[in-house]
Design a protein around this ligand. Structure first.
Ligand code: HPA
Ligand code: ZN
Length: 404
């Protein structure tokens, strides 16, 4: 049942583009047109999608491909891991130890101070919070608990298979051995299949704000864990760090048989150029998938290239709404979907994005994009098609989806 009728959102109206001369690029028109959502509107959206009770979305078997395991660090888990070794957690606003769990929780409240700095400021604040959460991850047990916490949540959302990202450089640079992290993930991965029926393969991301040499060094450290890692990606702050800067690693990864993908964040000043590199050049002939890249919807040439190569895209609409604040986000998701591009929805960093997980993000498409039950099933078919699970796992999920 689509219960969109019962929701009354102040959706900003689109202005007509007909008066612009044809030679103005569509992306510029979109920029001129961009109406920005107020924090109140965002908070209304957040409350509605957080509380939803959409049985169809809840019960549908799902695949999740765009979630950063470190972005699933809830304040509760962070508190528990710090308490476990008698340490405190720093409040990023006061630089003093948090006295209580609720004080820590308050630092996660993005919408309360998003007004501060637009897209760049918002992203910088996000990364400060996100990397701040790494400090409680020190031994094998911490990584195990982090991953198990996500797998349990995934099982509760009927996620059958996932490809979480992890950021090894964010841990080794704090002195954590690569092996410690992988051992914790491996234990959780085995337990998740055995006890929860959630299958997983890992996506290792290179931090684009670190050097290409560091990326290569970590790539080599990952080779003994080939049985766990299915692909190599690129994340972190994108400003002036284009994908091709890391081409040596991507070339090598492709040669060694890994899948390759890359973040193209929404709102980055060079996003169209960067999406172009990912589509056509990365790894020699273009990546196997694109993470984000939403602005491909603004450029008919790029859109056709993505479609022509039948590239999958992982799309995380809630994060874009929060960090870009633009009203047209869902319109672009629609454009990609209606163009027949195989997009799959992800939650990105649910703990740092107002506690919005995959099911909540899907519900956002219900209320703001009028996605129907049939379209949700299509989104999950897309996800199965573009994921890198074994044929057996894909067939089992597809069968379950068709039965559903
Ligand atoms: N964008 C880029 N890098 C990231 C993100 C993100 O949203 N989350 C974790 N690393
Ligand atoms: Zn991401």
């Amino acid at each position: 049942m689509n219960d969109v009728q019962s929701i009354c959102f102040p959706i900003p109206s689109q202005q007509s583009e007909l008066y612009f001369p044809l030679y103005i690029p569509l992306c510029l028109i979109m920029a001129l047109n961009a109406s920005v959502l107020s924090n109140k509107t965002l908070r209304d959206y957040r409350n509605t999608i957080h509380q939803h009770n959409d049985k169809f979305i809840k019960n549908m078997p799902k695949v999740e491909m765009h979630v950063h395991i470190e972005g699933t660090m809830t304040p509760e888990l962070r508190w528990e891991l710090a308490q476990r070794r008698g340490e405190s957690v720093l409040n990023i606003n006061t630089q003093q130890p948090c006295e209580t769990l609720s004080e820590l929780k308050s630092t996660y409240e993005l919408l309360n101070d998003l007004d501060a700095g637009g897209v760049d400021g918002g992203m910088q604040r996000f990364f400060k919070l996100y990397y701040g959460g790494f400090s409680v991850l020190q031994d094998e047990e911490d990584f195990y608990r982090l991953a198990m916490n996500y797998f349990r949540k995934a099982a509760s959302m009927n996620i059958r298979y996932c490809e979480p990202f992890f950021d090894p450089q964010g841990h080794t640079r704090r002195g954590v051995p690569f092996k410690t992290m992988m051992d914790g993930f491996k234990r959780a991965q085995s337990e998740a299949v055995r006890d929860l029926g959630v299958h997983c393969q890992w996506m290792m991301c290179m931090l684009r704000d670190m050097s290409p040499e560091s990326a290569m060094d970590h790539y080599l450290q990952a080779l003994p864990y080939r049985d766990m890692i299915v692909g190599i990606g690129l994340d972190s702050l994108e400003v002036d760090r284009p994908p091709l800067l890391f081409e040596d690693v991507f070339l090598r990864a492709r040669k060694d048989g890994f899948k390759i993908t890359c973040h193209c964040d929404v709102g980055d000043k060079d996003t169209l150029r960067n999406i172009g590199q990912v589509v056509d050049q990365l790894g020699g002939s273009g990546a196997d998938r694109i993470d984000h890249g939403l602005h491909a919807a603004d450029d008919s040439f790029l859109l056709q290239r993505v479609k022509g190569k039948d590239l999958g895209m992982t799309i995380c609409p809630w994060g874009y709404l929060c960090y870009s604040g633009e009203a047209q986000i869902i319109d672009r998701v629609r454009t990609l979907f209606n163009a027949g591009i195989r997009i799959a929805i992800g939650s990105d960093d649910p703990s740092y994005m107002e506690d919005i997980w995959l099911n909540n993000s899907l519900y956002l498409l219900r209320v703001l994009g009028n996605f129907t039950d049939a379209e949700f099933v299509q989104l999950q078919r897309n996800a199965v098609d573009i994921c890198w699970a074994s044929d057996d796992i894909k067939a089992a999920i597809l069968k379950e989806l068709e039965d559903f």
